[in-house]
Design a protein around this ligand. Sequence first.
Ligand code: HSE
Length: 348
Amino acid sequence: MAPRVWRIGLIGFGNVGQGFIRILVNKGSKLRERYGFEFKVVGIADPIKGSVFDPEGLDIVKVIELVDKYGNIKDYPGGRKDIDSLYLCRSDSVDIVVEVTPTNVKTGEPGLTHIREALKNGKHVVTSNKGPIALAYPELKALADEKGVLLRFEGVVLSGTPAINLALEALAGTDISRVRGIVNGTTNFILTKMEEGMTYEDALKEAQRLGYAEADPTADVEGWDAAVKAVIIANVLMGGSITINDVEREGITKVTLDDVRKAKEEGCRIKLIAEVVKGDEGIKASVKPRKVPLTDPLANVMGAINALTFETDHLGPVTIVGPGAGRVETGQAILTDVLAIHRYAGGR
Ligand code: HSE
């Protein structure tokens, strides 16, 4: 039986969590009108920004006011402050756990424990956390199926630009043999700014300010973030079972302003290209800076915009282009998944 009002527990209140709550503040009444989507955010848990729980629902306008003014929500008036992330995973007052803590590509933690615990307790889960999906998707999917709940993760590749749901839902029934594109917003933004003459360091700082970069931006510039996305593409969308160590990986830290300029003189642009190919010998994945001729559409994907081409048997190439990072952009990924849960599990 679907709840009359969806009760959301939010774990992680950084860029993505705040982006999602801002969307709910701005669009809440439209979502009610358009989709009959009734919701309450009953809890937020973040070890740095603060934690608060109220089964009657938090005042999300107040939450955003506080984080804008003080950078945290520790002075939220009312509610219980003695709760943590696991409390939200177990509480009877939560229907959907939104897990948006930072990605750890080695252990998947703390997200992996949060997602496992929430699914075990019969909660639907929406996440933009790449670690748990790359490391443990088959286990988590089996657990969700066993419990009869949904696990959704549009935000793990191309933020709110629908890459995951496009491949899993809209392209259902096709076989995907190759996926190629630009999957990291931070590095594409840095390469774009370097072409405009900005230094690498300044461009990275700007990418951090705009909320594109990972909590530890070396994950972006060394290619780990793109590599973990390649693993997700391989394993979740193409039936593979590779690990991040199987991805041939090189980041952009060795790319100089001079390299960028020279490539331009040759009618090319340097892009960090991710590629996953399914062949007779299994799946091969790579992430590397490559000189792309300006005639290739990927060369004209600039800033934090990303692009992916899926080579399919029934349709040939299908390409999607759109934002690959950002607060509101990833907040949109969370929203679309929450609305999908409303549609599929809410009987609508
Ligand atoms: N740091 C990531 C990027 C965020 O720049 O693409 C989105 O996964």
